[in-house]
Structures are given as C-alpha cells and as structure tokens.
Design a protein around this ligand. Sequence first.
Ligand code: ZN
Length: 193
Amino acid sequence: MIAPEYLEWRDLGHAGGCTRTGWEASTKAVDFPGGRREFAVRLVCPKPKGCGMFHEWSAIIPPGDDSEDSRTGMSIESGPVEYIGYGTAPIKAGSVWLHAGPPRQRGRLGEDNSPEYFVVSVTAARPRTMADALGVVGPAISRGRQVKGRWFAGGIVDHERYGPSASPIRDDLASRTAAVRWVLVNAQTRQDT
Ligand SMILES: [Zn+2]
C-alpha cells in the first residue's frame, strides 16, 4: 500500500442530513486498583445542535504483560447518543438542567428505558468537571428493578482513588422534581459550610 497515512483512513459518518463536519473529541485515561488501565477516545456530535452520532474506541490494558486477564480487551462502538446518554439534549428542570446518563437497560434511551441517572447542572452546557455538577438524580432501584414513583438524589464528592461518587445519597424521594430540589438544597448547604 502506497501512502497509507492518506489512503487507508476513512471519514467518520454523521447522521444523514447533518451539515456539521467537526466532532467534540475527548479522551479518558483511568488507572484501576490492581494495575489495569483504560484508555478511550470518544467523538460526539451533540444534540440539540448536532445530529447525535457518537464513535468510541476503548482499550483496557492488563497490568504488566498479563494478556490472559479476561477483564481486558478492546471495544469499538458507534451509533446514536441515546445509547450512551452523553450528547443527548439537556432537559430544563425548573432553574437547572439535567443531562442523561446511559440507559438502564440495553439499547437506547426512550419512553420505557430511562437513564440510570441525570447529572444536575446550573447551565445547559454539558458538565465536564465536578465543579459543573451540583449532584445526580435518578429512578430508585431495588433488586435490579425500578421502584415506581421513587427517586434517588446525591451530592457529588471526589474520592481521590476511585474518582467522583455520589454522597450523601437519598433514595426515598417522591418525584424527579423532589429529587432535583434535594440536590439544590444539598449543594447550597455545602456551599454555606
Ligand atoms: Zn452530526
């Protein structure tokens, strides 16, 4: 093959009719306890202005040269952002915005496949740092099933070793609105102390 640096590469597709040519490009590098590492690259054409396509490549690399570790490998995924949540249009909820996480069940977000969580933020911009996120809310889960009419809410704290996690957490709120309100009060209290 002559000039593979030019001729072996292909353009990544947007959804039909999308006039955008660019992508929001980001990478992730995570060190797991025990020495595994994950490295990923994600391209998104975010809604509502974009077409909502994403492409993601991820490799989990075993510690040292242990290539038999079954928790390692590579994955390539692409499709509509409803498969990952990230890049779907933010939802206005009172004075704040909700950004959907991945669907609870395999497949895409929709009427009967709600996100595992929503990140709550002050502006419509997708949260990228802990400072952008007031907290998380989502449908309460018990024994793997969604509990009807119950929502959880949590603040976000940084555990240096394992990354951000939700704390404190409540799972007895009566609606999404109530869960969002709890997040706002919790964020306010934290700011005051
Ligand atoms: Zn697009």
